[in-house]
Design a protein. Structure first.
Lengths: 305, 335, 256
């Protein structure tokens, strides 16, 4: 039972992390109609920056904050230098252009930090266990992650739905010319939105760094999941990303933890041990396929383009 | 009239002739590396030709095409592992497996369009990747080696590198010819129309979905053939063959070479693999005068140049190499 | 009307809060040229889109040649003989003029799972395509890329493509859009020649053309039919003049 609760919490935490990543992707697509494959690169940069700054300053939190700033800056720089020219073009152009950026960033990171990965150790006060329920302990850091990501999600919701900036963002999505005609600097708006997307990815990257990894190519591995979430949730829908991210987080975590057991009951030990690893990894994709058969536009399709 | 001797035609013929005569050159200079390199180029060109059919002519941005390389390759490797050495069984099996996967993946993916389609095809390719990674019997992440290349009885010995090269080259020429016939046929017209304006195609009376699916299956099958050839060439298969970034490489080849053109994928395959080989040397040469010690190392980071180069091609030279050659050819005609 | 070729029965379409089509009732007799007029935003293009199947109505029925086609997908309606031209040019711009019309012919010439023969050389595709192009006077431009044509020629190509499938009825959505006086006159002559062979539903803004060609006219305002009848009826209808034609004399009224 303890294991189950722990895995549920892990699923929640993973799902929320994925949401951060997917939210940036879907925002950029929904507002600027831009497919950004290099989104995973910001995820990677967030982790690398955090590891470096934490080591320099000796403080985990300070390192994280600086890393966020750095990633935001890089995101905005990329928008100004490269992304601008891609707006309005065929999605294929976006895919290929940003694919080129992935190559660039992977090599640049390798050049600057070397091919081996980095590590981001947790400070003592986070590296503890908290008793959340009688007899059940859970990692303080993971709890912190859950809290932080929920806070960010709430902030995003509030910003997009309630503030004037959010209104501009939503308006920009539906009518670019109108917003520009109102005197709003749409170029700046796009730069900020893109930067925000990158920062969200970077935040996700730096937060998972102590638990999982800081290495080249980590972006490519997780980008797929972000895509699956965006597709399931409906491109352009932040709400859809939230639901889909939690769904994916739970199914992936619980699936890996408990599916092999289920298989063993059903298929018998030897068959299960061959099939289990593959099937557990594939669960999410199977789920995606099932959802798409029923709803080809995702669960919450935003207004069509 | 310079109608026939355009730069485009000359380059094409020269390339085809060069590829045909390559083994002769290799036997004279004993540059075995060149033979290996070009065998790989030819095999990947077949994969690029297959992707060009659905991407260049049909407008379907499939980002999961590398999956079929893996499916074809693994079919051959698995059969070999289980004792079936005959190419007469392995290769048709590889084609059949690829066709079935393409049918299933296509049937599901083609219900979507645009970005959704890109992302779904990408995700399905990853599914294939995880499937392969999970097969402990067949090496999981470490991959699976082949003891022997596909056996064809007395017909041909694929372990003879020159013979193998010519088999691949023959299959490449065959693929290009087949694609050519396809694209000028009624079926090809439907594909072109769909790429150009799918809504209009529906309005004038074409049930577009079934034609897209057929094209998808044909392309997947042809790519599966390429996979079977790779398995023979490297005598090794691994899940990494199917990682989604490999699909990206294939797309790069198609776009670099010139989408929707007959020889574009071949130009692209040659160009990309050439860059892979010679960009390091080029960087080395550039850095050498400034930093002799670091020059070699600098060359290792050639992708840092390739990345932005790709972006520049997308922004300014979207017709790819074929497009450039066309421009040169038409300018010449107008004197 | 009992033997109408096209019957539109209480067709309604809603977009969120907007009722684009409000219970539209309309009949088109075989051989008739029926025009639909109305101010901008009246829902004319929405109506055409529902007729040819690219948009699904919320309620109501569409009956073509006695068959209920309301839920039939677009491509099947075309095969039944209901062809459409588009208001905003929707051609295959990167293909040649000839290829554009060839595709329109091909759609009605059996299935396209033919993988070997050169389609452009097939006589059963070539001949109808050439004929359609000749009809609209574009044969000389057959080998140009469609994007290279002038706007007026695009409208003619649209017409050629609609004709290529030997339709029973044409849905023409503002074929004169953006044409100059000379080109408009050409188009009117062409449409008049077509009248004798086909049934036509014509959406247009050009009043001269409408009153010169139409057998009957229906007026649409805010998605509702406010009047339907012969050109004389419509000219005389006070409600129509007020809502749409304005206080000034209607073009053609002087020709009585």
């Amino acid at each position: 039972m303890t294991l189950f609760i722990e895995q549920c919490l892990n699923g929640l935490q993973f799902g929320l992390l994925l949401f951060l990543l997917a939210a940036g992707l879907t925002l950029v697509f929904g507002i600027m109609d831009l497919v950004n494959l290099a989104h995973g690169s910001f995820y990677m940069l967030g982790a690398y920056f955090a590891a470096t700054f934490a080591a320099w300053t000796g403080s985990f939190v300070l390192g994280a904050v600086l890393a966020l700033g750095a990633t935001l800056f890089v995101g905005m720089a990329v928008e100004v230098i490269a992304m601008r020219r891609l707006y309005g073009r065929d999605h294929l152009d976006h895919v290929l252009g940003t694919f080129g950026l992935i190559l660039f960033f992977d090599e640049a990171v390798r050049l600057i930090w070397g091919p081996g990965g980095l590590s981001l150790p947790l400070p003592a006060w986070l590296n503890a266990s908290i008793e959340i329920l009688p007899g059940i302990h859970y990692s303080a850091y993971r709890l912190a992650l859950i809290v932080v990501t929920l806070a960010v999600a709430a902030f995003l919701y509030a910003m997009v739905m309630r503030t004037r900036i959010g209104m501009l963002i939503r308006a920009g999505a539906s009518n670019r010319e109108m917003v520009a005609a109102l005197g709003i600097n749409i170029k700046l708006l796009y730069t900020l939105v893109f930067g925000l997307g990158g920062a969200l990815a970077g935040l996700a990257g730096l937060m998972q760094a102590p638990i999982l990894t800081v290495q080249i190519g980590m972006g490519e591995n997780i980008l797929i999941l972000a895509f699956v979430i965006t597709v399931i949730g409906g491109i352009g829908s932040v709400r859809g990303s939230f639901v889909a991210a939690l769904l994916v987080g739970f199914i992936d975590t619980l699936g890996r933890a408990f599916f092999p057991q289920v298989l063993r009951e059903v298929l018998g030990a030897s068959a299960a041990s061959t099939a289990a690893p593959a099937l557990s990894s594939m669960l999410i994709y199977i789920m995606m396929a099932v959802i798409l058969v029923a709803k080809p536009q995702g669960l919450f399709p935003a207004n069509t383009k | 009239m310079s109608g026939v001797f355009t730069p485009r035609n000359i380059v094409t013929v020269a390339l085809l002739a060069g590829l045909t005569l390559l083994p002769l050159y290799v036997s004279l200079t004993d540059d075995r590396f060149l033979l290996t390199l070009f065998t790989r180029i030819v095999i990947l060109a077949i994969a690029a030709v297959s992707l060009n059919l659905i991407l260049g002519y049909g407008g379907m941005m499939s980002f999961g095409h590398a999956a079929y390389l893996g499916i074809g390759g693994y079919t051959v490797a698995i059969l070999a592992f289980e004792g079936v050495q005959s190419g007469f069984v392995q290769w048709p099996a590889a084609l059949a497996a690829s066709a079935v996967f393409a049918l299933v993946i296509g049937a599901l993916s083609l219900r979507t369009r645009g970005v959704y389609f890109i992302m779904i095809t990408l995700a399905f390719a990853q599914m294939a990747y995880y499937l392969a990674s999970g097969m402990a019997r067949y090496g999981s992440d470490d991959g699976l080696g082949l003891d022997n290349r596909s056996q064809f009885g007395g017909l041909i010995d694929l372990s003879n590198k020159t013979a193998f090269y010519y088999v691949c080259l023959f299959l490449l020429f065959g693929s290009i010819f087949l694609v050519w016939r396809l694209t000028i046929s009624r079926f090809g017209m439907v594909l072109r129309g769909t790429r150009s304006n799918e809504t209009r195609m529906l309005a004038i009376g074409f049930p577009v979905y079934r034609y897209k699916l057929a094209a998808f299956v044909i392309a997947g099958t042809l790519c599966g053939l390429s996979g079977a050839l790779i398995a023979n060439h490297t005598e090794f298969v691994s899940p990494a063959m199917m990682f989604w970034t490999r699909s990206g490489d294939l797309m790069v080849m198609v776009v670099l070479g010139g989408m929707g053109s007959l020889f574009g994928p071949l130009f692209g395959a040659v160009a990309l693999l050439f860059l892979e080989q010679f960009l390091p040397a080029a960087i080395h040469a550039v850095v050498q005068p400034f930093n002799p010690a670091g020059a070699v190392k600098a060359g290792e980071y050639w992708q840092i140049v390739l990345g932005p180069l790709l972006l520049l091609v997308v922004l300014f030279a979207r017709g790819g190499i074929d497009g450039l050659l066309r421009m040169l050819s038409s300018r010449e005609r107008h004197g | 009307m009992a033997d109408a070729l096209l019957q539109i029965d209480s067709l309604s379409k809603r977009f969120g809060g907007i009722l684009a089509s409000d219970s539209i009732k309309l009949d088109v007799a075989p051989g008739e040229l029926h025009a639909i007029i109305g101010p901008n935003g009246a829902g004319k293009t929405t109506l055409i889109a529902q007729l040819n199947g690219l948009l699904q109505p919320n309620s109501g029925k569409i009956i073509f040649g006695g068959q209920d086609i309301t839920s039939l997908p677009a491509y099947q309606r075309s095969l039944l003989g209901l062809a459409r031209s588009f208001q905003i040019t929707s051609l295959f711009l990167d293909l040649t003029v000839f290829d554009n019309v060839l595709l329109a012919v091909q759609a009605h010439a059996g299935h396209s799972f033919r993988f070997w023969r050169n389609a452009r050389r097939e006589p059963e595709l070539r001949e109808p395509a050439r004929k359609a192009l000749e009809r609209v006077g574009l044969l000389s431009r057959a080998d140009r890329q469609a994007s290279a044509l002038s706007h007026g020629e695009h409208r003619l190509l649209e017409l050629a493509m609609a004709l290529a499938g030997n339709p029973r009825m044409l849905l023409l959505d503002e074929p004169m859009a953006g044409l100059g006086p000379e080109e408009s006159a050409r188009m009117v002559t062409m449409l008049r020649a077509l009248k004798s062979e086909l049934t036509i539903l014509l959406v247009e803004h050009d009043m001269e053309a409408v009153f010169a060609l139409a057998d009957r006219i229906t007026v649409l305002v805010y998605g509702r039919v406010i009047a339907s009848g012969t050109p004389a009826d419509i000219r005389a209808n006070a409600q129509v003049r007020e809502a749409y034609l304005g206080e000034t004399e209607v073009a053609g009224a002087g020709h009585g």
